[in-house]
Design a binder for this molecule. Structure first.
Ligand code: GDP
Ligand code: MG
Length: 345
């Protein structure tokens, strides 16, 4: 970033850097949307594989209570209109142990996440289950152990079971106790899956297909606000506005993708500028980003994170309420949100 003779931040360059950030983030996200997510479900009949998938996604995508023998082959299902996510449902452990078909092995190899389900209301980690687990972990280590039906057992039993699993598999695999009946701990399981997918550059793609987008949006907003705050702490005067803007651009595009509301580059730019001006109040944008030699940080940590959070929550509000986003509607939403805050305080 260069400054001109009057040590004035170059607004033209600023706009250009927003454009660049926009292009870059958009390319990243578009690359995600091209991908496919494979999730393998392993576990005995009735352990709750279908119920768990339904809970994770927030809607009925798999049939619950399919009888043993009804699923002969690996059940593959894609979500309606959501053909980027493929669940691979194994019919039962016996079948896996007996028929190590190339097809099955290939699925495990390619799976992004393997959910290995155990029944807290039954025998946890039986010999059958151990054998199966050991085979799978030689193929793919991206396994999450899901201890389902915890609504049907006591807290001390769940603890004993969890420890028993750990003794057998070590500490490299997450163990998530859940109930697909009452929804207990499903959020945590979803987060674990999302974090694994994030490393693979597939988390945004996955989040798009979730029924309840609000918790995901909140997580992203808080993450972006935290990151912006960390940059705001930087001792480099004037150097912080660009990376903060880049975080805000990234957040805007992610939220737009999540809620399926495409945002143009110009709109994104105007929204960000409106946010900055709105938060700073009297000062005009140009003055805000003026370079003051030795003047310390221009944007403090608190301002950077508050601005990013305000922008995120306002955009989320607009998407959830089908409000067309422009600088004016954004300002109105800021007012609505700050009134809501005052009332609830
Ligand atoms: N108590 C209890 N029952 C569950 C839970 N999850 C699933 N079930 C029940 O277990 C049965 C089998 O569930 P399903 O999802 O079809 O298992 P799958 O064969 O592994 O796909 C159904 O009757 C579900 O209602 C749970 O967390 N707690
Ligand atoms: Mg099933």
């Amino acid at each position: 970033m260069e400054y001109n003779n009057e040590n004035q931040f170059n607004e033209e360059q600023y706009r250009k850097s927003v454009d660049e950030a926009f292009e870059q983030k958009l390319n990243e996200i578009n690359a995600q949307l091209e991908k496919e997510i494979l999730i393998a479900l392993v576990g005995d009949v009735n352990v709750g594989k279908s119920s768990t998938v339904n809970r994770i996604m927030g809607e009925e995508v798999a049939k619950v209570g399919a009888k043993p023998g009804e699923t002969v082959e690996l059940g593959r299902y894609r979500l309606k209109g959501k053909d980027k996510i493929v669940f691979i449902d194994t019919p039962g452990l016996n079948d896996i142990n007996q028929s190590n078909s190339n097809e099955t092995i290939d699925f495990y190899k390619r799976a992004d996440v393997i959910l290995f389900l155990l029944n807290s209301a039954g025998t946890v980690f039986s010999n059958e289950e151990k054998k199966c687990f050991n085979e799978i972990q030689t193929i793919n280590k991206q396994i999450v152990i899901v201890l389902n039906k915890i609504d049907a057992s006591s807290t001390s039993d769940i603890l004993i079971q969890t420890n028993f699993i750990k003794e057998n598999v070590g500490s490299s695999y997450p163990i998530i106790p859940i109930s697909s009946k009452n929804g207990q701990n499903i959020d945590e399981l979803r987060d674990v899956v999302l974090n694994i997918l994030k490393v693979k550059g597939k988390d945004i793609l996955f989040a798009r297909f979730l029924k309840d987008k609000s918790p995901i949006a909140n997580k992203w907003i808080i993450g972006a606000a935290t990151a912006a705050g960390a940059i705001g702490l930087s001792p480099l005067p004037g150097a912080d506005i660009i990376p903060i803007t880049s975080i805000q651009v990234g957040l805007l595009i992610k939220l737009a993708t999540l809620y399926d509301k495409p945002t143009g580059k110009e709109t994104a730019k105007e929204l960000i500028i409106t946010t900055i001006v709105g938060n700073v109040g009297k000062n005009i944008f140009r003055q805000l980003i003026k370079f003051v030699p030795g003047g310390g940080q221009i944007i403090g940590a608190a301002v950077a994170s508050t601005m990013t959070a305000s922008l995120g929550y306002a955009v989320k509000y607009a998407y959830e309420n089908n409000i067309e986003l422009d600088p004016n509607s954004l300002k109105s939403i800021f007012e609505i949100l700050s009134k809501q805050q005052t009332h609830s305080a």
